[in-house]
Design a protein around this ligand. Structure first.
Ligand code: SF4
Length: 589
């Protein structure tokens, strides 16, 4: 129950598809979505393959809860080996596409090979068709989706790439239903390398559960008792615009490429300013919270902007204009670029220009030049031909590695680690490079203040516990904004019992989380990653944080960072060099 027990495999080169049973032995160990996708990647992607080559695959993976009324269960994992980092990469995308895949009768869709010419794929239940996309190639993602929606109707969910994905940028994302993104690690470039402009999916089936009445009654209780509660409802009222004030209070909003924190003029674009321009609300399927804000300022329109986009397009680039922030979001989405990596890369280029190291033609505070640079990056024009590869590539070519804010080739999300030392550890050990979705340290160190932020003490265990909880949540396909389910392993086990009619305990759920972290690490280890790659930029170690915020003056001494790594490896049972003992690897298979 819950699963469809079916995988759809699509061969883009041969233009054919086939189905096969889902590996239920994998599902029992890894549940679905994130965990299941990584287990399949470990099985099917040979070590050392070119992420943009024929052997990489694109995995769309649902979970047993997808397509049921379980709150916040409408997410989909989109995974592949990353061209930006060379690690595994799984992204969580909202909207309705995951539910459509499930209703079409599949737990997973795996795209293999490369088309010879631009194409798009239409999946309707058991019918899979391939179409020429040469008319769509080169169009923005929004324009391509609009043409396809007009042709096929809105019953289909659409996933698409923009010019950035076509041009194989390390920062290219995949869009869905216009405004939702699988954003990070160049996942859109993997789709672009396959010459697949879009995927359309429609499903007319459903999901079987053991006892529909009992399940529905209990889900409604959970919705009212645990989801629609004060701790979660800020999500509907404000969305992640609320994080700006919370992060300002904690002194962790980056300013001018993480050279300091907390823009003194942040109230010019804070949540209440942005929400004055709200024209509507949006939400994913099966969501009880509906976090999406739909904003229009002047001729700028976007769903969002999320906190990370506000900070990346605004203060981290030295820009304080709400209309610019919304436009930044809109242009990145349409060009098919991740707002975090694009904002950070341009901010780094601004600092390089201002320091006189290399003139990229863009400086802090320049809105017009920043917006033009997004298009240049997506189309690989002028300085965009280098910047499209991200800050790791560019800093190795032009200098400025000390302030290239990235780990393993993935740019920093917009949380300043000198104000939340656990975030430095979290970025360093994350399985896909610097990511805030693995272990969200500011929750404990800044918002809840349950542990002091400017110390290494206790951070290994804290990051481990946060990471395990998220690994389970994302393997269940649950949205991270259902905050009160985090760490509630019995609550997550109950959802599995309700939907699958199988015995699941809180302990087993916790074990799944640890296993998911280990299988991601094992994939990366096979690719040659170890402790030497679990690093942070020198800026965090050498430079005291500037600005006036509460974390001003902080830096993270190298010994403190090394100590956090030792703590984390110990609690994970890994070797001091960051490798996983063979007996743990064997237990994952
Ligand atoms: S809270 Fe937002 S991101 Fe999460 S499922 Fe709901 S609408 Fe989607």
């Amino acid at each position: 129950m819950g699963y469809q027990n079916k995988v759809l495999r699509v061969d883009l080169k041969e233009k054919k598809s086939s189905t096969e049973p889902l590996r239920m032995d994998f599902a029992r160990k890894y549940i679905g979505s994130k965990g299941l996708a990584i287990r399949y990647m470990y099985e099917e992607l040979k070590p050392g393959i070119d992420p943009l080559g024929e052997e990489n695959k694109l995995f769309l993976t649902t979970g047993p809860l997808t397509g049921t009324p379980v709150p916040c269960s409408g997410k989909l994992s989109v995974a592949a080996k990353s061209p930006a980092t060379g690690t595994m990469n799984d992204c969580s995308i909202g909207g309705h596409v995951g539910i459509k895949i499930k209703f079409a009768g599949y737990d997973m869709v795996i795209f293999e090979g490369m088309a010879e010419a631009p194409c798009y794929v239409v999946i309707e239940d058991d019918k899979v068709e391939f179409f020429d996309a040469s008319d769509l190639w080169g169009l923005g993602s929004h324009e391509a989706e609009a043409l396809l929606a007009e042709k096929y109707g809105r019953e289909y969910s659409i996933m698409s790439i923009g010019p950035a994905g076509e041009n194989l940028s390390n920062m290219a994302c995949i869009n869905s239903d216009y405004y939702r993104q699988a954003g990070r690690g160049g996942i859109g470039a993997v789709m672009g390398s396959k010459k697949m402009k879009a995927i359309l999916i429609k499903g007319t089936g459903g999901v079987k559960v053991a006892d529909i009445e009992k399940t529905t009654d209990r889900i409604l209780e959970i919705l009212h008792e645990d989801v629609l509660q004060e701790d979660n409802t800020y999500v509907y009222d404000e969305g992640t615009t609320a994080f700006l004030e919370a992060c300002e209070d904690g002194g962790i909003v980056p300013f001018k490429n993480f050279s300091s924190a907390n823009d003194p003029e942040w109230e010019k674009y804070n949540g209440s300013v942005l929400l004055q321009y709200r024209e509507g609300k949006r939400g994913c399927g099966s969501c009880g919270l509906g976090c999406g804000n739909f904003l229009k300022i002047g001729n700028a329109v976007c769903e969002g902007p999320e906190y990370e986009t506000i900070a990346a397009g605004g203060p981290n680039a030295g820009i304080k204009d709400p209309e610019h922030i919304v436009k930044f979001n809109e242009v990145c989405d349409n060009m098919g670029l991740d707002t975090i990596s694009t904002g950070d890369t341009i901010a780094w280029a601004m600092e390089m220009t201002e320091k006189g190291i290399h003139d990229f033609g863009v400086r802090f505070g320049q809105s017009k030049e920043m917006l033009e640079m997004i298009e240049k990056i997506a189309r690989k024009e002028g300085p965009g031909a280098d910047l499209c590869h991200g800050v790791k590539y560019c800093s190795e070519k032009y200098g400025g590695t000390d302030f290239a804010m990235q780990v393993k080739g993935l740019e920093f999300p917009e949380y300043e680690p000198r104000g939340s030392w656990g975030m430095a550890l979290s970025y360093a050990i994350s399985d896909r490079g610097a990511c805030h979705m693995r272990a969200y340290a500011p929750n404990e160190e800044v918002f809840a203040a349950s542990i002091p932020p400017y110390t290494e003490k206790g951070k290994g265990k804290m990051v481990y516990e946060l990471q395990v909880s998220n690994a389970v949540k994302f393997s269940l396909c649950l949205c991270d904004f259902w905050g009160t389910i985090s760490g509630n392993y019995e609550g997550m086990a109950e959802l599995m019992r309700l939907i699958t009619n199988e015995d699941w305990t809180a302990e087993e759920m916790f074990d799944v989380g640890v296993r998911v972290i280990n299988i991601g690490r094992a994939f990366n280890q096979r690719e040659g990653f170890n402790r030497a790659h679990d690093t942070i930029p020198k800026r965090l170690v050498k430079e005291a944080l500037g600005g006036e915020g509460p974390a001003a003056g902080q830096r993270i001494p190298q010994e403190a960072f090394d100590d956090m790594l030792d703590q984390y490896y110990e609690v994970m049972g890994w070797n001091r060099d960051g490798t996983i003992p063979e007996e743990i690897i064997q237990s994952l298979l």
